[in-house]
Each structure stands twice: as structure tokens, then as C-alpha cells.
Write a protein that binds this ligand. Structure first.
Ligand code: 5RP
Length: 226
């Protein structure tokens, strides 16, 4: 398992700025979560484009409102033209692990209801195979049972704790997150289905084949992975 590395700020900045070029006035845009998305939102706020934003977390909503965006719920807009979001790891086929910010449930919902989902990462996030722990959002009521089922799939789950105070981290949806080490994930699509089949799992951070494009930023500029 590789250790999560700190992203290069240069990579995040160039890709966060470049993706703004895909946004047109009148669009409903899915606003992902995380520092790379933060670059995108700050850049977008400075442009002369008029969009409606659908946020994937309270953190993003706070930032988007502070930047002056028109923020609406997914239910009120129905669908999204373009979703822009980051990731924690991307393999060469464009499969993603997300959920470092514990927002993967809403991120997956927004990406799924979008005409186009563009993932933006810096080049330290790209690897030949996915091997970071997969964040799994779990209904607290079912925690012990889900941990048992995850073990049956060969995963080793650790309940994510809250950084600031004692106790488990609670997501925007009132659930827990279990970061689950599956080693090298050779078949992300299959594992994704297997985790989804566990009753009590709300959503997990594997996004196999979901991104329409993955843009990778580095000090050399921006390249498209797929
Ligand atoms: C949040 C996510 C983020 O997109 C992911 O953690 C990347 O964050 P950052 O852009 O700060 O590196 O999945 O749930």
C-alpha cells in the first residue's frame, strides 16, 4: 500500500484553473470537495460566467456561498451539466478512489446525475493500480456487522476518527467512515459491486469508470489521462 502523499500545490493550481475553461454561463455545475476543487471555485468566481452550483459537502457550500455562487440543491435542479471534483488516487484507466474528505456519498450522487464528470488531480495522485484504503460510509447502527462483512471481502477496516475531538468522524449525512485496506485493487469494478452489496453501507469511495475525463496537473502543465 502506498502512503498518501501531499499533493503538489502547483499541480492543483494549474488543473483547478484549467478546468474553468469547460464552464459556460447557464450551466448547472456540480461542485466537488477538497483543496483542488477550492482552486477551481476561486478561479471560477473571478470569471464572468453565471452558473448554478450544486455542492457535495457543507464545506464546499460554505466556500461557494462565500464566493457569491448561486447554490441550489440537487433535487431542485434535477440534473447537472458538468460535475468537477478531485480524487485521492487515480489509476491509469481513470478509476478513482475518493472520500479523503468524507464527502464521497454526495460526490458520487452528483457525479452520477451529471452529463459530464471531470476529475481534476495533481500528478502525485496517479498510480498504475489503486492501493489506498477505500473510504466506506456506514450507517452507525450497522457498524460492527459491516466491519465483519468487509473482513469477508478481505478488507481491513479502521473507523475514521474526528481530528479535533475524541470519537468517530461523523459525515454530513450523520454516518461513520471506515477506511478499508484491500491491498492492491486489481478489479475495482468488481470490488465496487461487492462493497455496495453489504447492507448498512451507505456508499463507498471507489469510482470505477465514472469519470468522463481525468485532468492531471503538474509543473509541466495539464494533460488528459482519459
Ligand atoms: C473528498 C474527496 C476529495 O476530492 C479528495 O480527497 C481530494 O482532495 P484534495 O483535492 O484536497 O487533494 O474525495 O471526499
Amino acid at each position: 500500500m502506498s502512503v498518501k502523499r501531499d499533493g503538489s500545490d502547483v499541480g492543483k493550481e494549474v488543473v483547478g484553473e484549467r478546468v474553468v475553461e469547460l464552464v459556460e454561463s447557464g450551466m448547472v455545475v456540480g461542485f466537488g470537495t477538497g483543496s483542488t476543487v477550492g482552486v477551481f471555485l476561486r478561479e471560477l468566481a473571478g470569471r464572468d460566467v453565471d452558473v448554478v452550483g450544486v455542492c457535495t459537502s457543507f464545506d464546499t457550500e460554505l466556500l461557494a456561498r462565500r464566493l457569491g455562487f448561486d447554490v441550489r440543491s440537487l433535487s431542485s435542479v434535477g440534473s447537472v451539466d458538468l460535475a468537477v471534483d478531485g480524487a485521492d488516487q487515480v489509476d491509469f484507466d481513470g478509476n478513482l478512489i475518493k472520500g479523503g474528505g468524507a464527502a464521497h456519498f454526495r460526490e458520487k450522487v452528483v457525479a452520477s446525475f451529471s452529463d459530464r464528470f471531470v476529475c481534476i488531480v495533481d500528478d502525485t495522485k496517479v498510480d498504475s493500480e489503486l492501493d489506498l484504503p477505500v473510504p466506506i460510509e456506514v450507517a452507525p447502527f450497522a457498524l460492527e456487522n459491516v466491519l465483519g462483512e468487509i473482513g469477508c471481502l478481505g478488507g481491513e477496516g479502521v473507523l475514521r476518527s474526528c481530528g479535533e475531538k475524541d470519537g468517530p468522524l461523523v459525515t454530513d449525512n450523520g454516518n461513520f467512515v471506515v477506511d478499508t485496506d484491500f491491498g492492491r485493487i486489481q478489479k475495482p469494478e468488481r470490488l465496487s459491486k461487492e462493497i455496495s452489496c453489504i447492507t448498512g453501507v451507505v456508499e463507498h469511495g471507489l469510482f470505477p469508470g465514472m469519470a468522463d475525463s481525468v485532468l492531471v496537473g503538474s509543473s509541466d502543465g495539464v494533460r488528459e489521462l482519459r
